[in-house]
Design a binder for this molecule. Structure first.
Ligand SMILES: Nc1ncnc2c1ncn2[C@@H]1O[C@H](COP(=O)(O)OP(=O)(O)OP(=O)(O)O)[C@@H](O)[C@H]1O
Ligand SMILES: [Mg+2]
Length: 241
């Protein structure tokens, strides 16, 4: 996440978004207000009397809203408290969940332990009953996938899963899409060498180094669909600027 200063005035919250966040938190003003540019748009953390709310601004967030709502009660996910259209974009409000992203140094783990827990959490989410899921098409070998299974989208407390965020591409899909994102994310954060910790902990049958590298590079080109704008492409675009 880069916290580049906003030069276009895009850090202005629409009145209806501000009002909805205040209503959710109680009170008449925020105690704290932080905003930063994310890869896909802008994210705010608004702090009030009874907790905090995240606001995400991006071109299209209806998929994320619908999937997050459907996943509630199946996976630990943030509560959606509002969705608006303003200033030519979508605005999604979720209540803050506890935890830190799995890459956070405060966890105090070495990369192999992070990689193993990353896999254990994925096993758990892939074994969720996907019956009746309206997103994606059920086919043999498919499971309920996250769709952008990167370290920043997995929140933990003392290493235990507290929430999954950024769910706009979740649904019934090919588990290899999540493996690809995970391998790419581990490599991005820690460099090469932790794919096997991850794959072994998940129980993926052994792969050659070449196959592992090929799978990592599939991130952004899912096995199940057309090219999507994943965190990888967003990182790439940021680097190319
Ligand atoms: N409801 C929430 N509770 C706690 N943390 C949240 C919540 N929503 C978002 N976050 C935090 O904000 C970060 C950015 O949110 P999100 O992943 O949805 O946006 P994004 O546009 O994909 O940003 P990025 O590309 O930086 O991940 C998350 O990685 C997570 O740390
Ligand atoms: Mg994210």
């Amino acid at each position: 996440m880069s916290r580049t200063p906003d030069q276009q005035g895009t850090l202005k919250l629409p009145p209806q978004v501000r009002a909805a966040a205040l209503a959710a938190l109680g009170g008449t003003s925020f105690r704290g207000e932080f905003a930063w540019m994310s890869w896909a748009g802008t994210v705010w953390r608004l702090i009030g009397e009874s907790g905090a709310v995240y606001v995400k601004r991006a071109a299209s967030l209806a998929d994320e809203r619908d999937r997050t709502a459907w996943l509630a009660g199946r996976w630990p996910v943030p509560e959606v408290i509002g969705y608006f259209k303003a200033y030519g974009d979508d605005w999604l409000l979720t209540r803050e969940v506890s935890g830190v992203p799995l890459y956070d140094v405060s966890i105090g783990w070495e990369p192999p332990q992070v990689a193993r827990r990353f896999a254990e959490i994925l096993l758990q989410i892939h074994s969720t009953d996907a019956t009746g899921c309206p997103f994606g098409e059920a086919k043999p070998g498919r499971v309920l996938i996250h769709g952008d299974y990167c370290l920043p989208n997995v929140l933990v407390e003392q290493g235990r899963l507290t929430a999954l965020v950024d769910l706009g591409r979740s649904g019934i899909g090919d588990p290899r899409d999540d493996f690809a994102a995970a391998l790419w994310s581990l490599h991005y954060n820690y460099g090469p060498g932790y794919a096997r910790d991850f794959l072994d902990a998940y129980g993926v049958p052994s792969m050659t180094d070449r196959d592992i590298e090929r799978m990592r590079k599939r991130y952004g080109r899912p096995y199940t669909g057309k090219t999507v704008s994943t965190t990888r492409q967003q990182y790439q675009a940021a680097t190319d600027r």
